[in-house]
Design a protein around this ligand. Structure first.
Ligand code: CDP
Length: 225
């Protein structure tokens, strides 16, 4: 089968990273979590105390650091200048700030160039908000993954509780709704379903069912049905 480029977009908690990673493993492709890159930049801004308003200083800092994603035993490890920030980028504090950082045009420019370079040779599953619309508009397979806000909040809450982070479902629902609003309404590269993307609503769907739909779309695209 020809090595495809697969773009998966959708709002927080739709299940993108879980299914994208399994689909990548089934296809022996590379999985690229672009959200982790925006989260790492947010972590950088927070730890170096650079305000999002000072976009030039933050962009300079992002250009200077070595930002690396590495898949180790089914987990995307994230390193900033060799520091393992994998866990720290998932905290509710980072989640609350990331959409603001992701609105900065210069930051998007720098990260998009990195993402395109990572996908250059094909054989990748990339997930995010603007992959089909902006990063890889020529992707072979485009998926828009979504689910009801209740279901997405419940999934994210369970994920956080299982890692020992004590948060209420009400707060998580509020955080996700406010991040959705920023992601959908921002001027640059807003979250949207492009006309040629396949919509998958994962409310009530199992992970396996969702992955299977993506794999079927890939087979169809390669002409192997
Ligand atoms: O995992 P979750 O769905 O919570 O979000 P994520 O994929 O880790 O992305 C975190 C945030 O980064 C999003 O809410 C967006 O604000 C931003 N993002 C973006 O703007 N463009 C992307 N390609 C990926 C993420």
């Amino acid at each position: 089968m020809k090595k495809l480029t697969i773009a998966i977009d959708g709002p927080a908690g739709a299940g993108k990273s879980t299914v994208a990673q399994i689909a990548a493993r089934c296809l022996k492709y590379t999985y690229i979590d672009t959200g982790a890159m925006y989260r790492a930049v947010t972590w950088l801004a927070m730890t170096r105390k650079i305000s999002p308003q000072n976009s030039q200083a933050l962009t300079d800092e992002v250009c200077k650091v070595d930002l690396k994603l590495e898949l180790v035993e089914d987990k995307t490890m994230v390193y900033v200048d060799g520091i393992d920030v994998t866990e720290q980028i998932r905290t509710p504090e980072v989640s609350r700030k990331v959409a603001e950082i992701a609105q900065i045009p210069e930051i998007r420019e720098v990260l998009i160039l990195k993402q395109r370079e990572m996908a250059r040779l094909g054989g990748v599953v990339m997930d995010g908000r603007d992959i089909s619309s902006c990063v890889l508009p020529d992707a072979d397979v485009k998926i828009f993954l979504t689910a009801s806000i209740e279901e997405r909040a419940k999934r994210r809450w369970q994920e956080l509780i299982s890692t020992g982070v004590n948060v209420s479902l009400k707060n998580i629902t509020h955080d996700i709704a406010s991040r959705d609003k920023k992601d959908y309404e921002r001027e640059i590269a807003p979250l949207k379903q492009v006309p040629d993307a396949m919509l998958i609503d994962t409310t009530g769907l199992t992970i396996e069912d969702t992955v299977q739909r993506i794999l079927d779309a890939c087979k169809e695209r390669s002409g192997v049905v």
